[in-house]
Design a protein around this ligand. Structure first.
Ligand code: ADP
Ligand code: MG
Length: 310
C-alpha cells in the first residue's frame, strides 16, 4: 500500500441547457485530497469550501466514497487520515458532490495500488450520486455524454472544440440539488421534449466542431424555467446574457449561471487587456454579491498520485 495518495478532481457543469442529466463539462477549478493510511477509523481535515460545515467523521462524503471504492475493490484499509483542500463551492451547481464522490473513489484505487478504471468509477459514483452527468465529467474530463442502462451509469468523453472556455457566475446563496430537482414537473409536452432532443443533438456539434452554434444549441425547455422560483436572479441573469448573444445556461441544478464560448485570442487588443481572451473580455462583470470564475476545460478528469517514502 502507498504511504500517501494524492487526488485532484475538477469542478463540473452539467445539463448545459438541453441535455438534462446527460451532458457534463469538466472545468479548471479543483478540489485536492491527501489520503494517508493510518490505524483504524478516520481523521478528516477540511480547508476552503465546506470548512466548518461538512461532517468530519465516517459520514463525510469523501470518506464514504473512499470506503465504497475500497469495498468494491475488495481491499481492506481500516483507517486513514484525509486532508481536503476545497475550491469548488458547495451547493451551487458546480459539481462539488460529484467531485467529492469521484475524488474519494479515485483515492480508493490509489490506496489499493491498482490503475484507475474511469468507466467503473462512473458506475460506482452514479450509485452514490443518483445521476451520472457530473460524475462522468469529473471522472473522464472534457465534454461528456452520460446515460444509464437500467441503473448502471455510463458515459463517453468527447474533445471539446479548441479553446472552449466558460465564465461561471456564482451567487452567495445555495440551492441544494434535491430541492431544485423537486421543482420539475412529472410530465412535459411533446413539443418541448422534441425541441430539447433537437437542441441536445445540435449541442454535440456546437461543443465539438461548431462553436458558432452554441447560443441556439443551449436553448432548454425541460428544466431551467421550472426552477425559477428557487433561483429567480439566476434565471434573470440567463435571460439578460442570452439577450446579449452569450450562450448562458443554468449550471447543473443551479444557482450558478455559466456562459460557454471560445476565446479568440487573435482579436485581443494590445495594452491592458492583451493576453486576456476576447471571450472573457466580452462577458460582463459579476452582479453584486456574485463571484465570477474565468475557467478553461479540464481535459483529463480526476488524477491520482501514489507516494512511497522509499
Ligand atoms: N468536498 C466535499 N466534502 C464533503 N461533502 C461534500 C463535498 N462537496 C459536497 N459535499 C456535500 O454535498 C452537498 C452539496 O451537494 P449538491 O447539493 O449536489 O451541490 P453541488 O451542486 O455543489 O454538487 C454539500 O452540502 C455537502 O453536504
Ligand atoms: Mg451535486
Amino acid at each position: 500500500m502507498p504511504d500517501q495518495v494524492r487526488v485532484r478532481v475538477p469542478a463540473t457543469s452539467a445539463n448545459l441547457g438541453p441535455g438534462f442529466d446527460t451532458f457534463g463539462l469538466a472545468l479548471t477549478l479543483y478540489d485536492d485530497l491527501v489520503v494517508t493510511p493510518a490505524g483504524s477509523g478516520v481523521t478528516v481535515e477540511v480547508t476552503g469550501s465546506g470548512e466548518g460545515e461538512v461532517p468530519l467523521d465516517e459520514s463525510h462524503l469523501v470518506v464514504r466514497s473512499i470506503r465504497a471504492g475500497l469495498e468494491a475493490l475488495g481491499v481492506p484499509v481500516p483507517g486513514f487520515t484525509l486532508r481536503c483542500e476545497n475550491r469548488i463551492p458547495h451547493g451551487r451547481g458546480l459539481g462539488s458532490s460529484s467531485a467529492a464522490i469521484v475524488g474519494g473513489l479515485a483515492a480508493a484505487y490509489g490506496l489499493a495500488g491498482v490503475p484507475v478504471d474511469r468507466d467503473r468509477i462512473v458506475v460506482l459514483a452514479n450509485e452514490i450520486e443518483g445521476h451520472p452527468d457530473n460524475v462522468a465529467a469529473a471522472a473522464l474530463g472534457g465534454f461528456t455524454i452520460a446515460w444509464t442502462e437500467g441503473d448502471v451509469g455510463r458515459a463517453i468523453r468527447l474533445d471539446p472544440v479548441d479553446g472552449l472556455a466558460a465564465v461561471a457566475y456564482v451567487p452567495d446563496n445555495r440551492v441544494l440539488t434535491k430541492e431544485a430537482r423537486g421543482l420539475l414537473p412529472g410530465v412535459v409536452s411533446h413539443i418541448d421534449a422534441s425541441a430539447n432532443a433537437g437542441k441536445a443533438a445540435l449541442l454535440v456539434a456546437a461543443m465539438t466542431t461548431r462553436p458558432e452554434l452554441l447560443l441556439i444549441a443551449t436553448e432548454d425547455r425541460l428544466h431551467q424555467e421550472y426552477r425559477e422560483p428557487a433561483m429567480p436572479e439566476s434565471l434573470a441573469l440567463v435571460h439578460k446574457l442570452r439577450g446579449s448573444g452569450l450562450a448562458a445556461i443554468v449550471s447543473g441544478a443551479g444557482p450558478t449561471v455559466a456562459v460557454l464560448g471560445r476565446p479568440d485570442e487573435t482579436s485581443a487588443p494590445a495594452g491592458k487587456a492583451a493576453g486576456q481572451p476576447a471571450f472573457f473580455r466580452g462577458t460582463p462583470d459579476a452582479p453584486d454579491g456574485w463571484t465570477r470564475y474565468d475557467l478553461g476545460i479540464d481535459p483529463v478528469g480526476v488524477q491520482v498520485w501514489s507516494m512511497e517514502s522509499g
